[in-house]
Design a protein around this ligand. Structure first.
Ligand SMILES: [Zn+2]
Length: 828
């Protein structure tokens, strides 16, 4: 039998459906047989045999093939006509059942399901599977929900020169025939497969076999980067083993760096997939290596938080993400050579703060996601950065013994199963936590940010807490109050458990600025009292304390967005002080903000070039003041080229003239220069010339970004077609096209596309879904168009029917536009 699904769109699983199915079914063993021998074909054959018990007579299995070839339940053929919206109904279930589903499945090009990439460097084909969040049925039939774990065996036929990896140990029998053996029970969302002529580096640590894999064209880069990654992986295993009291349970540990990957990485047990930009093609700085270390440590933390103990339903996804984020930062800082709390503060916390003040904000925990697609929208800065900050507070509140004691008991009790928020609270309470439900209600189940401000008080200075919108806050903040004197020296004033308003604090007489959270320890907006910004202006050029710098610079950015600090004033503060800052994280992020925001939507169109020139001058100051060959020099150069307006200067750098001493122009820097140069009206054929010398897939992405930046009607039209119409381009090229499209200085040329964006974006849901749909809408959003008309169009579009990922992208984008417009209206 061969049937093509009459309804291509699958239906998102409702939480209530998941509960009913989990109550009835127990899945034992799953065998997946895949025929991948012809990687040039559009489809592959997938045959799944599921052994499961049922207490109900009726249920359904998820299957999203291109066609259904055969299906039998307990040996009886199933009627193919029932297959609708990605579900195949099952009738007459018995106590024990065998279900076989065979179909023709489509390879994906959007990074979900079984993704296929042909490497332009050598024409070889690479596959990897991404089952998250509900993409597993795109490559095998399954009961797709986190709490129906099963044991998986894979039998895979592939070309003879391929390597096949999965969650369990894999081995080739006959040439090209691979078996991936079951090791531990797995949830569907983290079942994976990596297959292709991958290059590999192996190592071993503490009895765990480690594998690192990337496309063959990245072999040299993989080999160069492997020692650092082996070290970080080994140190992280030691750290987590010490902390969690349960050893890593999934056998070998493979880390595969795969093409076109949407997220940073995915925590598939035993076989983590990463975006392959982590295998650096150009020179990478310590900040970037630290960022990679944090992703490695994050996915390793998931082996416990998520993989060993899995949330029952998606609304508890903070049990995965907040913990992995928090643990990774602790682990890197305490166990590796990458101290990364500064980067967390300036980049990740700002990301979370923007989300927590957007109309789309939600509590960290218990969002009650009604279906799987709704849950995907909560993978944002709240679930990651806010959740991690809150856990940092919790660890301090409970003390290390109770915090870790509770976690260990939780792992032991729920190993290889599923758990909920309440069960973790129970474990902590059993370990000695007091009043935890009230604490959790205030921090984890209440959305929005408190504000910590400074106020004069009789006999001193008080720190005052207010909740969102000026309400009373139920939260208590553990903070250290600091005072900064005119030399930029920070003095600790008091450690507080702050609720409502502190008692008057004795602040040193020479204090110029009082900082309510000098260690950047809590989750709150910080302000500095009635004359706070003048104090900031005085101390900022002399401040070296990184935690205080993070707090002050986050407050500057937040106050601009909130409307309590003018963008021009903020630019003065940033440009007057950043040139001497040493931290690469602070430099890159805050000067990046100045260029993209203060000189972008928050600047009147006529002033954007002049403001960008000021940012460029600071970047040149950084460049001139950095030792040759240093990371700081490289960071300064990147900022300088991105903010340059002098095509002669850029052309000289492209040609290798006048480069700063010690700076080597690698392919990544070259692409940065080319993109900026063509966006300023430089010769667009430079893109194709550069591409002719660099045939990698990374180059194809750079070229897409650069082409979209070219200031001509034809270039914009071609780029627009890629964004709004179906094509065979990789998702990365589409995102890069969105990133390159809107350029300050091209407002007139792109004006009509603002209207077109809102008219056309809903239509992209016809041919994109999931990550790709939301991410494309986000990158193509006209963020520079801070006009009344654009905000009105955006608001009208939001009143129409929109797919969930589009709605989220538009809600957030519109909020940003409205804030910029309000700032422009105030004219400050
Ligand atoms: Zn994660």
């Amino acid at each position: 039998m061969s049937t093509t699904s009459p309804e291509l769109r699958s239906r998102s699983l409702l939480r209530t459906e998941a509960q009913t199915r989990a109550a009835a079914l127990t899945v034992h063993d799953v065998l997946v047989e895949l025929d991948l021998r012809d990687p040039a074909a559009d489809t592959f054959r997938s045959r799944t045999t599921l052994q499961f018990a049922s207490t109900d007579q009726e249920s359904f299995v998820d299957f999203q093939g291109r066609s259904l070839l055969a299906a039998t339940l307990n040996g009886e053929p199933l009627h193919p006509g029932g297959w609708q919206q990605g579900r195949l109904p099952l009738h007459g279930l018995q106590a024990e059942n065998t279900l076989v589903v065979e179909g023709e499945m489509a390879y994906s090009s959007d990074g979900e399901g079984l993704h296929r990439h042909v490497d332009p460097a050598d024409g070889r084909t690479y596959l990897y599977a991404m089952s998250f969040l509900d993409a597993a049925p795109r490559w095998f039939a399954c009961f797709d929900q986190p709490d129906l774990k099963a044991s998986y065996r894979f039998e895979v036929d592939a070309p003879a020169d391929w390597t096949v990896l999965g969650n369990g140990p894999s081995a080739a029998g006959a040439p090209g025939h691979w078996t991936v053996s079951p090791l531990r029970p797995l949830s569907t969302y983290f079942v994976t497969l990596v297959a292709g002529p991958y290059a590999s580096v192996h190592a071993e640590h503490d009895g765990i076999r480690l594998g690192f894999h990337a496309r063959a064209s990245l072999r040299a880069e993989l080999e160069a980067e492997a020692p650092d990654m082996v070290t970080v992986t080994a140190q992280s295993f030691d750290y987590y083993h010490r902390l969690f009291g349960v050893r890593y349970p999934f056998g070998e540990y493979h880390q595969a760096f795969v093409p076109d990957f949407n997220a940073g990485a995915m925590e598939n047990p035993g076989c983590v997939t990463f975006r392959d930009s982590f295998v650096y093609r150009g020179r990478a700085t310590e900040l970037e290596r630290g960022g990679r270390a944090s992703v490695i440590a994050h996915e390793m933390a998931h082996q416990w938080f998520g993989d060993l103990v899995t949330m029952r339903w998606w609304d508890d996804l903070w049990l995965n993400e907040s913990f992995a984020e928090y643990m990774a930062h602790r682990c890197c800082t305490e166990a590796t050579r990458y101290p990364i709390w500064t980067e967390f503060g300036i980049r990740r916390k700002h990301w979370g703060a923007v989300a927590d003040q957007s109309p789309s904000t939600h509590p960290v925990a218990g969002n009650g996601a009604a279906d799987a697609v709704a849950a995907l929208q909560d993978f944002d800065g709240i679930s990651y950065a806010k959740g991690a900050s809150v856990l940092k507070q919790l660890a301090g509140y409970l003390g290390e013994d109770v915090f870790l004691g509770g976690l260990r008991a939780y792992f032991e009790r729920h190993a290889y199963g599923n758990a909920e928020f309440a069960e973790l609270i129970e474990a902590w309470t059993a370990a000695g936590a007091v009043d935890l439900p009230a604490w959790a209600e205030a921090w984890l189940r209440t959305a929005g940010m408190d504000t910590l401000d400074v106020a004069p008080a009789p006999g001193g200075t008080s720190v005052v807490v207010t909740g969102p919108g000026g309400t009373a806050s139920p939260r208590t903040h553990a903070v250290t109050v600091g005072a900064v004197d005119a030399t930029g020296t920070v003095h600790e004033v008091a450690d507080l458990a702050l609720h409502d308003r502190s008692a008057p604090l004795a602040v040193p007489a020479d204090a110029v600025l009082v900082v309510p959270d000098a260690h950047d320890a809590t989750w709150a907006k910080v302000r500095f009292g009635p004359d706070g910004w003048s104090g900031v202006a005085r101390v900022l050029p002399r401040l070296d304390d990184e935690a205080v710098l993070v707090v002050v610079l986050n407050a500057v950015r937040d106050a601009v967005r909130e409307g309590s600090l003018g963008a021009a004033t903020a630019l003065d503060l940033v440009c007057g002080s950043l040139g001497r800052v040493q931290s690469e994280a602070l430099l890159s992020v805050v000067l990046g903000f100045a260029a993209s925001t203060l000189a972008g939507p928050y600047a009147p169109v006529g002033e954007r070039a002049a403001r960008l020139a000021r940012v460029h001058a600071v970047a040149r100051e950084v460049l001139a003041g950095s030792p040759p060959g240093s990371d700081r020099q490289l960071a300064g150069f990147r900022l300088a080229l991105a903010s340059a307006s002098d095509t002669g200067l850029l052309q000289g750098w492209v040609d290798g003239h006048d480069l700063p001493e010690g700076l080597v122009l690698d392919s990544e820097l070259t692409w940065g220069l080319v993109r900026r140069l063509v966006s300023l009206g430089g010769d667009p054929s430079l893109v194709e010339q550069t591409l002719a010398r660099d045939a990698s897939s990374a180059a194809a992405v750079h070229a897409a970004r650069a082409r979209a930046s070219v200031p001509s009607a034809a270039a914009k039209q071609a780029a627009w077609a890629l964004l709004m119409e179906p094509s065979d381009r990789s998702a990365y090229e589409v995102y890069a096209t969105g990133e390159g499209f809107w350029v300050a200085g091209q407002e007139e040329l792109t004006e009509d596309y603002v209207r077109r964006y809102f008219a056309e974006v809903a239509g992209t849901a016809r041919f994109r879904s999931g990550w790709a749909l939301g991410r494309t809408a986000e990158t193509a959003f006209p963020a520079l168009a801070a006009t009344e008309q654009a905000v009105q169009r955006a608001t009208e579009t939001l009143q129409t029917e929109l797919a969930a990922p589009l709605r989220r992208a538009l809600v957030d984008g519109t909020d940003q536009l409205s804030r910029a417009l309000a700032s422009l209206r105030r004219g400050d």
